[in-house]
Design a protein around this ligand. Structure first.
Ligand SMILES: [Zn+2]
Length: 260
């Protein structure tokens, strides 16, 4: 095996599924190669030494061998196990949410080192936080900024006026806060309380250290969760539609070339 066939990278395990007789197909996030797939051979056999290093959410240093179709993981060395994320069911649910969002907002082989750092940090936060909801919202806002869907919270998305400290509206479709005089710019816009808007702004602009020191009452958490999930849902659907549209365009132009 020549050295060109081998490469090394850090990786976080996003997804895994059984593959062939004793293998697993892993979806990984790497710092410079983005999201990739690779096969961990033999890890479903009880005597496999690699098995303990290729569990969900783990951060590892891996050695890969380029394969004809899929790359193989030849070595895996643990950097961070994030144990609570597999042992505590509630934390596991949040870790799944965090990983799934990243998965859905990213394409394969798209290098994004900041996204990798964010995920590594977020898994560490989730393993320790006392306020999973707060940590999840903080992560969502960071993720959205990194993938180009940052909600606009300081200026009205319709008239660009500075959003005053008062009850406002929030439009998932237009991408953020709407001032009271622009409420009708989006009939599906929802009211947002001043506290919720302030908290979103704080989370969007401050460090995790500052954010995690906050104490947030349950009702405010509920409001924030609803707003963020509507926002994320809306943009994920649009993203899927535009991906379908691009695929169709490509197919159609390929068809033209074939006949032309
Ligand atoms: Zn306005």
């Amino acid at each position: 095996m020549t050295t060109e066939r081998l490469y090394q990278s850090e990786a976080i395990i996003l997804r895994r599924r059984d593959f062939a007789e004793a293998d697993r197909l892993l979806t990984l996030l790497t710092p410079t190669r983005g999201k990739i797939q690779a096969v961990a051979k033999g890890v479903r056999k009880s005597q496999s030494r690699k098995a303990g290093h290729v569990e969900l959410f783990m951060r590892t240093k891996m050695l890969f061998a380029r394969g004809r179709n899929l790359d193989l993981i030849t070595q895996a060395e643990l950097i961070d196990a994030f144990r609570p994320l597999r042992e505590d069911l509630i934390r596991a649910t949040y870790a799944n949410h965090v990983v799934e969002l990243l998965d859905r907002f990213t394409a394969h082989n798209d290098s994004h080192p900041q996204l990798y750092s964010l995920l590594a940090e977020a898994l560490g936060w989730l393993a320790e936080t006392n306020d999973l909801l707060l940590t999840a919202r903080y992560y969502e806002l960071r993720l959205l900024s990194l993938v180009g869907y940052q909600p606009q919270l300081f200026h009205c998305v319709s008239c660009t006026a500075v959003v005053e400290p008062q009850g406002q509206f929030f439009s998932a479709g237009l991408g953020g806060a709407l001032c009271p005089s622009c409420e009708r710019a989006d009939p599906t816009a929802q009211p947002i309380s001043l506290s919720a808007l302030k908290l979103l702004r704080f989370l969007q602009t401050r460090s995790y250290g500052a954010a995690s020191a906050l104490r947030v009452r349950r009702s405010l958490h509920t409001e924030l969760e609803t707003i963020m999930h509507q926002y994320i849902q809306h943009h994920l659907e649009r993203r899927l539609q535009s991906a379908d549209f691009l695929k169709r365009l490509r197919r159609e132009s390929a068809g033209e070339y074939a006949t032309g």
